[in-house]
Design a protein. Structure first.
Length: 359
């Protein structure tokens, strides 16, 4: 009798435990249960629920493309915006899948395509895949690279810069032995030319004296020097400042520069050699299209510095949409660019000319 009572008590406990467990499961997966009832078809399963109700929620950055019937399983393809980092897309997607009761297998990234393949497993069996494909109509960001200080020479490094297969803007100094020749060559190769206009710095460095714009100069002299530079380099679509930490802080000087550029139909890129620059203010006042340098790429002629600055440039472009980097025709800069450009292309960055950055 005691044994019977004990067995009956154990059976009762098992029943109670089963009811509690069922209640917990129903509470935990209430959304899924409601979804399946709403669908009222036995073929729908947890994976379909997560795909249709979770992966496509606002904020995931994904859009559904198609269901693909593979030999032993189905795959589901989505597009993701290249504005988002691949690591962020993977983390966000796998978290959603795991939080909704799915088990993740391997995650693979296509080296060239940028496709992300997430395996969905049951035990040791892969029963489906989520394929995340980059949306080629989107960009991680737009990057403009300006190569300053052109005109000193036409050496092998300079020539190799002209072989880079991306839009580049070259800022040519007026008044040097190779200024006209390099401007002609740059234009012939299909790149963009701007005048690298010498402007006075705080330490009043010498060089390009016949073109140098200084604080305190007469209005007519400033205009004459600007127009001489533009006449020497007729290929130029705009201008940026060479040095200029003193001149760009002066409203009178930059107002005259803005007036000339407006009359000539040119734009201005502020190299931002001073935190107190008034260039943007004066250009906007005069109606001259303008933008501002974001990063100095090779402020030190060291490969690791160049690589780190390019990474910073890409982060700024991803965050703000557009970023402008200024570099110089140096071997270390060239070598790093040749390594990093294909990577930036795969990551979804678009290279643009300086003329495309101004507003």
């Amino acid at each position: 009798m005691k044994r019977y009572t004990r067995h009956r008590n154990l059976s009762f406990l098992f029943v109670v435990f089963g009811i509690v467990l069922l209640a917990v499961l129903l509470f935990t997966y209430k959304d899924q249960w409601d979804y399946f009832k709403k669908k009222s078809t036995p073929a729908e399963n947890l994976l379909v629920y997560v795909i249709e109700e979770k992966l496509l929620e606002k904020g995931t950055g994904l859009s559904f493309v198609r269901k693909i019937g593979l030999k032993r399983r189905n795959a589901y393809e989505f597009l993701y915006s290249r504005k988002n980092r691949v690591e962020e897309i993977i983390s966000r997607s796998t978290t959603i899948l795991k939080n909704n009761g799915l088990e993740i297998g391997k995650v693979r990234i296509g080296k060239n395509s940028g496709d992300i393949i997430i395996e969905i497993v049951f035990g040791e069996t892969v029963f489906s895949e989520i394929i995340l494909t980059p949306d080629m109509s989107t960009y991680a960001g737009k990057i403009c690279i300006i190569i300053d200080d052109m005109g000193y020479n036409i050496n092998d490094v300079v020539k190799k810069f002209l072989n880079l297969d991306i839009p580049l803007t070259f800022a040519v100094l007026p008044g040097h032995a190779y200024s006209k020749r390099i401007a002609t060559l740059i234009d012939k190769e299909g790149f963009e030319v701007i005048v690298h206009m010498p402007m006075d710095s705080k330490d009043h460095r010498s060089g390009e004296d016949e073109f140098l714009i200084k604080r305190g100069m007469r209005k007519g002299e400033i205009r004459s020097r600007l127009r001489s530079a533009l006449l020497e380099l007729p290929q130029a679509k705009g201008m940026n400042n060479h040095q200029g930490s003193d001149a760009t802080e002066n409203k009178n000087v930059m107002r005259i520069v803005a007036e000339v550029l407006r009359s000539e139909g040119k734009f201005f890129i502020d190299s931002k050699t001073s935190a107190k620059t008034v260039s943007v203010e004066e250009m906007e006042r005069a109606g001259v299209p303008v933008s501002v340098r974001t990063v100095f790429i090779d402020y030190k002629d060291v490969e690791d510095v160049v690589r780190e600055q390019l990474k910073l440039l890409s982060e700024k472009a991803r965050k703000n949409g557009i970023a402008i980097g200024i570099a110089h025709p140096r071997k270390n800069t060239l070598d790093v660019l040749m390594e990093e450009i294909p990577i930036f292309n795969r990551q979804g960055f678009k290279f643009i000319y300086a003329s495309e950055t101004v507003r």
